[in-house]
Design a protein around this ligand. Structure first.
Ligand SMILES: Cc1cc2nc3c(=O)[nH]c(=O)nc-3n(C[C@H](O)[C@H](O)[C@H](O)COP(=O)(O)O)c2cc1C
Length: 355
């Protein structure tokens, strides 16, 4: 029998423009997350593992924090950190907000999000549409004002403005790190989105080193001033990097004492039209990149695996390849609001069996 969400998707969402459908769903999720009674009832039903506090079965100790379960929401869904509580209510163990750039920017002109239905994938050329670092910081400050909001695990994915020349990129990442570190459980430097011209060229170690050094320093200044603990810093890479370049990023992570790598972003390795492809076609390469990173990095740095996760089996494959945490985006669109809960429940059950 078909799942009710699949029927709903085919009758309602499929006929809508993908970005309009995103806004509609985002509005509902954000609303439910702001109504405490509704939020607590839904979260209690979908994600009991979130309520178990530190050290519940399936929780993961990584990046200096406890994550209540391994599976979270990948960057790009909640660009401005406006629906974090609604998203965790649905069962995501953490939400990576952003990509956030220093100044607000509109992104590319629409249409810029496309469904690839036969692949169960998405293709996007959004171009970092977001309201800027100060707006995201204001949303996160409100979230962190309550004890419950401080318990939610939030990664902040940072980028550069389209109009910032590559030579000044480090200053953009540093500004975002400075403004956002006080509210983040981790920061991730995004140099792998295909929709900001020249951004992916920043993945070469010569370009990347000064960016990571500047972001690290800025985050440290911010957390020292706020008298908070150090915020882990990761870098997010593309699946299209050659294996030697994946190794080079891993070596740089070790050299700089970075906290980890998020892998992978969308791919440009397709002929479907403009933009980066996400969803199931990413899975084999995503797993390969994560395994390669783990072999090169050794045990220390963390890996957040993403790319084509739909089922618990996909998530388990990333964890077996060496990821500490896993995240996804495209599966949310095709599998619906119960997706994160189903995945995390399965992963929490695995952990109980292992104990
Ligand atoms: C519409 C859309 C927008 C995205 N925006 C961002 C973004 O702003 N920053 C980022 O690092 N990744 C972004 N991503 C990539 C996802 O975070 C993720 O790495 C990628 O989609 C692979 O995971 P998936 O196959 O589960 O979707 C975006 C993906 C999609 C589909």
């Amino acid at each position: 029998m078909r799942k009710p969400y699949h029927v709903f998707f085919d009758t309602i969402f499929r006929g809508m423009d993908p970005e309009a459908a995103h806004h509609l769903a985002f509005t509902w999720i954000g609303f439910a997350g702001r109504v405490p009674v509704l939020r607590d009832v839904i979260q209690g039903a979908l994600a009991p593992y979130l309520g178990r506090g530190i050290g519940g079965p399936g929780s993961v100790e990584v990046l200096g924090r406890t994550y209540p379960a391994p599976f979270g929401l990948a960057g790009g869904f909640d660009k401005d950190a406006r629906a974090v509580r609604g998203l965790t209510m649905l069962g995501f163990a953490f939400v990576e907000v952003g990509t956030v750039t220093p100044r607000p920017q509109p992104g590319n002109e629409a249409p810029r999000m496309f469904r690839e239905l036969e692949l169960r994938g998405l293709r996007n050329r959004m171009g970092f549409n977001n309201e800027g670092a100060h707006a995201a910081a204001a949303s996160l400050r409100r979230l962190r004002a309550s004890a419950a909001g401080r318990q939610v695990r939030v990664g902040v994915n940072i980028g550069k403005n389209k109009t910032t020349p590559a030579a000044d990129a480090a200053a953009d990442y540093a500004l975002c790190a400075r403004v956002l570190a006080p509210y983040a459980d981790y920061l991730v430097v995004n140099v792998s989105s295909p929709n900001t011209p020249g951004l992916r060229d920043l993945q070469t170690t010569a370009e990347l080193r000064p960016i990571l050094v500047a972001a690290r320093e800025a985050a440290d200044v911010a957390t020292r001033e706020a008298r908070q603990k150090r915020v882990p810093l990761l870098v997010k890479i593309a699946p299209d990097l050659a294996n030697d370049d994946v190794d080079a990023v891993a070596d740089l992570v070790l050299e700089l004492g970075l906290d980890g790598v998020a892998a992978v972003n969308t791919t440009i390795g397709h002929d479907l039209g403009p933009g980066g492809l996400s969803g199931p076609p990413l899975l084999p390469r995503g797993l390969e990149v994560v395994a390669r990173l783990r072999a090169r990095l050794g045990e220390g740095p963390a890996i957040i695996g993403s790319g084509g996760i739909t089922t618990p089996t996909d998530a388990r494959a990333y964890l077996a390849a060496g990821a500490d945490l896993v995240q996804g985006y495209t599966g949310f669109i095709f599998e619906g609001p119960l997706w994160a809960s189903r995945l995390n429940r399965a992963l929490v059950r695995d952990a109980k069996v292992r104990r």
